[in-house]
Design a protein around this ligand. Structure first.
Ligand code: PEP
Ligand code: MG
Length: 912
């Protein structure tokens, strides 16, 4: 029989697949003997069953009944008992935390009778407040009633009595509200609010399952690349109350500061509040230091538990707790989300404290986090006009137009603007706006509010709790209280997610210290700042990146085709150039020469054009080889379709047509050009005369390019330099193609070698960009000195679609259908294109076990893809210079981590 329900005493933290993150951690805390209110977890498998069958499995009912009985025994109370009710909460908890995505229902077990029992035990006001909260939450999340109906009823009552907030409401008010809420419930659903506690619980569980597929849950999963088919677990737990007056409260805390990474406990506390109040950011919170003042015993116990949890998890823990009349309860813990800077700094601290090794430190940070640290920051010296201040919730510097809702955000971003989403507070419905915006600013809420948690997770700059702001969405204004400053939607502001400052207008931004470190080294970066936290961050990045460099087996090269790019790549730590594209070298003034080659009627004319190109091309290579002296430079022979060097067919036809219509004379050259353009026109250029095919059709082109490479090399060698070019042939599909080009190249190399008296033993290899090349890699390898997988083209040719056409036509639908989890152009499609690469590696090495292989498509800089390439035994990845540091880190992580990128929920992308 399948076990669908696990008591908290039965699981542990490693069962996240089955129990979800929250359930696994509740079980772990229970195992550690911490004060966790008893409860049980309904597994993710149950959710998957429900989503597949649209009904829960048959055995679930019995298993839940038994689990409730266990809890009742421990608590000595019965669920919904009219005299002394046991109340329970129902919460979602997927494997990956999805803040604000899924729903919670509190106070299950209250009804018209048990509310009276609870009034006797606690106090009457609290009992009725709990009951109205149940009807409201249950109505909204389980029955899908518009939440505004309840909120409006609540406000109407408060306004009528002239109250300033919830706390002014009397017991009588709350009783009245329960009546009103029940009426709303009946009117909207046609049924009475369910009085049977077990029915309440069953309905809430199913509502959690259903919430897995809400739009915002899907948007979040898509963004975070969380597979759609994991499902969520449901946690059913004994309620404890932070809203039982003074001496009760609820809070969220972190064992280190998740924003800066500073050591020392950190948190928010709200007295006399329940569950979600802190996270929702409705009221401004107190600090943990305030809690120490209010309730030293609970504070000390909490701090001891925080220490215990951090030592146990060996990482920053994020904790939710409640104090019910002086008794501390732990409601949740997990390894906490943190900003990129905090991730690096905390990893270093944990190494220094002996909790983790340097290798573990490498696995605790990610390439994406490193990327975000490379972004510029506000120039400290720039003139700034501070409008107001809030709490620094997620670092970075964002400049943009004020937008006040999702629609404005999307519209202005689509029009090319950079925007700051300004809200009173955010809730899960604001996710789209947050995704579109460069920064998020809220008037309310603490560092653990929804806005803060989500923004940190996305690496989005965010300032929260700027309580001087009065945000009026309908009027389209943001004013600063106590002043006559009024800003409008569309006005430019700048927000600093590191200090919490909000500036008027656009503030100048300056380079990031981590970027200084990457390009100029540790000493320069340390000297460039006297800020201790910044220096600590730079040291942390240095420690981790150095370790990653030492651990990795993959080399990292860059795609660069100018001396400047080559220089930058080298500064960033590139160990060579993996792809030097040569086509741009034939544009501009030189396009005419190629045109001449195409139009030439005689071999002499053609050769004359090649001869004119030779010194220019040689000059290109001299610059690049010098910049990369001592390191390999893979030069790819010309690749694009011929027509890219000719005028556009339509434009030229129109131009000549207009000329003819005006009676002007069309020259023979013009006529010949038009003929050539027509002759070279292709229906599918991507699959046409390009790559090696072009070279074989125009052998003079290959000879000229190889000669330019050879002469540049010989000259530099004579000058005492150490140039290391490698010649690469694009779009190879057969071994015979490779054999011909190779023979041609060797002839030229021999000739130049003799002319210069310099040995020229350059490797000649090929790209694998066609499925046929991967399939026949064993025979191609016999003719080749190295392979470089061109995964851009290989993705196009394996799927049979052209990137330029498909990305804007049907990709969005494919994301929605779940065909792609992420674009296959962004992250390697492991099971399809990845399998083709793997086949190429395996077959190529069958012929030459030591054959050097790399990848030079965009995927070479993508973290998940890098893990895959490491796993299948490539020798190097090549990516754009800016991504080199990230690739170095990820290659190190790949070598250290033993998690395979292929598994669901690993770093893999998820293409069905
Ligand atoms: C590739 O196809 O992956 C590649 C690197 O070549 P290009 O992007 O220039 O077609
Ligand atoms: Mg290509």
């Amino acid at each position: 029989m399948t076990k669908y329900v696990y008591n908290f005493t039965e699981g542990d933290k490693d069962q996240k697949d089955l129990l979800g993150g929250k359930g696994a951690n509740l079980a772990e805390m229970t195992k550690l003997g911490l004060p966790v209110p008893p409860g049980f977890t309904i597994t993710t498998e149950t959710c998957r069953y429900y989503l597949g069958h649209n009904s829960v499995p048959e055995q679930l009912d019995d298993q839940v009944t038994r689990a409730i009985a266990d809890v009742e025994n421990v608590m000595g109370k019965k669920l919904g008992d009219p005299r002394d009710p046991l109340l329970m909460s129902v919460r979602s908890g997927a494997k990956f935390s999805m803040p604000g995505m899924m729903e919670t229902v509190l106070n299950i077990g209250l009804n018209d009778e048990s509310v009276l029992g609870l009034s006797q035990i606690g106090n009457e006001r609290f009992a009725w407040d709990s009951y109205r909260r149940l009807i409201q939450m249950f109505g909204k999340t389980v029955m899908d009633i518009d939440g505004d109906l309840f909120a409006t009823a609540l406000h109407t009552l408060q306004e009528r009595n002239g109250y300033s907030g919830d706390l002014d409401m009397t017991t009588e008010d709350l009783k009245e509200l329960v009546g009103t809420f029940k009426d709303i419930f009946k009117k909207e659903t046609g049924i009475d609010f369910p009085q049977d506690p077990r029915e309440q619980l069953n309905l809430a569980v199913v509502a959690v399952f259903n919430s897995w597929n809400t739009d915002r849950a899907r948007i979040y999963r898509r963004r975070e690349h969380i597979p759609n088919d994991l499902g969520t677990a449901v946690n059913v737990q004994t309620m404890v109350f932070g809203n039982m007056g003074q001496g009760s409260g609820t809070g969220v805390c972190f064992t280190r500061d998740p924003s800066t990474g500073d050591a020392g406990v950190y948190g928010d506390y709200l007295e006399n509040a329940q569950g979600e109040d802190v996270v929702a950011g409705i009221r401004n919170t107190l600090s943990l230091a305030d809690l120490q003042r209010l309730d030293e015993t609970s504070y000390n116990e909490l701090v001891a538990i925080m220490k215990k949890l951090e030592n146990h998890y060996r990482d920053l823990c994020d904790i939710e707790f409640t104090i019910q009349q002086g008794k501390l309860w732990m409601l949740q813990t997990r390894v906490g989300k943190r900003t990129a800077a905090a991730a690096f700094r905390i990893a270093k601290q944990l190494v220094e404290e002996g909790l983790i090794t340097q290798d573990e430190a490498v696995t605790r940070v990610s390439g994406d986090q490193l990327t975000s640290l490379l972004f510029p920051q506000f120039d400290k010296k720039a003139a700034k006009n501070v409008l107001t201040r809030g709490m620094a919730a997620s670092p970075g510097a964002a400049v943009g137009e004020i937008v006040l809702n999702n629609e404005q955000a999307k519209e202005r971003v689509a029009a090319g603007a950079s925007v700051i989403l300004v809200r009173r507070e955010t809730n899960p419905d604001d996710l789209e706006g947050m995704v579109a915006a460069s920064g998020v600013l809220t008037a309310r809420g603490g560092k653990t509010s929804h806005a803060a948690v989500v923004a940190r997770g996305m690496g989005r700059c965010c300032v929260v709790g700027a309580d001087e702001l009065l945000v009026e969405e309908v009027a389209g204004t943001v004013s600063i209280k106590g002043t006559n400053r009024v800003l409008k939607a569309g006005d430019i502001i700048s927000i600093d997610g590191t200090t919490g400052e909000v500036f008027e207008g656009a503030v100048a931004v300056s380079n990031s210290p981590v970027m200084t470190y990457i390009s100029e080294g540790l000493q320069s970066a340390l000297q460039a700042t006297d800020d201790a936290d910044t220096q600590d961050l730079v040291r942390a990045v240095d420690m981790i990146l150095t370790r990653a460099d030492n651990a990795r087996k993959l080399l990292v090269r860059a795609n660069a085709d100018t001396p400047e790019d080559a220089q930058r790549a080298r500064e960033f730590g590139a160990q060579g150039i993996g792809l030097c594209r040569t086509e741009h070298m034939f544009l501009g003034d030189r396009r005419k020469l190629i045109e001449t080659v195409i139009l030439a009627k005689t071999e002499e004319a053609k050769q004359a054009a090649f001869d004119a190109l030779l010194p220019l091309q040689k000059g290109d290579f001299l610059g690049i080889f010098e910049a990369m002296d001592g390191l390999p430079v893979t030069v790819r022979l010309i690749d694009p379709p011929l027509h890219e060097f000719l005028p556009d067919l339509t434009e030229l036809s129109v131009e000549l047509g207009v000329k003819a219509a005006k009676g002007e004379k069309i020259s023979d050259d013009e006529r010949a050009l038009l003929e050539a353009v027509k002759a070279n026109h292709e229906q599918n250029p991507m699959l046409g005369l390009r790559g090696v095919r072009l070279g074989l059709k125009m052998p003079g082109l290959i000879a000229m390019q190889v000669r330019a490479i050879a002469e540049a090399t010989a000259e530099l060698k004579k000058a005492g330099k150490d140039p290391r070019p490698e010649i690469m042939v694009p779009l190879i599909g057969s071994s015979r193609e490779m054999q011909i080009v190779r023979d041609m190249a060797i002839d030229v190399l021999h000739a130049v070698s003799q002319e210069y008296g310099v040995e020229l033993d350059l490797p000649i290899g090929n790209m694998i960009e066609l499925p046929r090349a991967a399939m026949s890699a064993d025979t191609i390898a016999a003719e080749s000195d190295f392979f470089s997988f061109g995964t851009n083209d290989l993705t196009q040719t394996t799927w049979g679609f052209s990137r330029d056409d498909v990305e804007s036509t049907f990709f969005n639908e494919y994301f929605d259908y779940g065909v792609f989890g992420i674009s296959p152009f962004e992250s390697i499609d492991i099971h399809g294109v990845g399998a083709v690469v793997e086949m190429g590696v395996e077959r190529g090495r069958r012929t030459k076990p030591e054959l050097k292989m790399g990848v030079c498509g965009e995927h070479g800089g993508d973290p998940a893809s890098i893990h895959f390439f490491a796993e299948i035994g490539l020798n190097y990845v090549s990516c754009s210079p800016f991504r080199v540091p990230v690739a170095r880190l990820e290659a190190g992580r790949a070598a250290i981590s033993n998690e395979s990128p292929r598994g669901v929920g690993g770093v893999a992308n998820h293409t069905a």
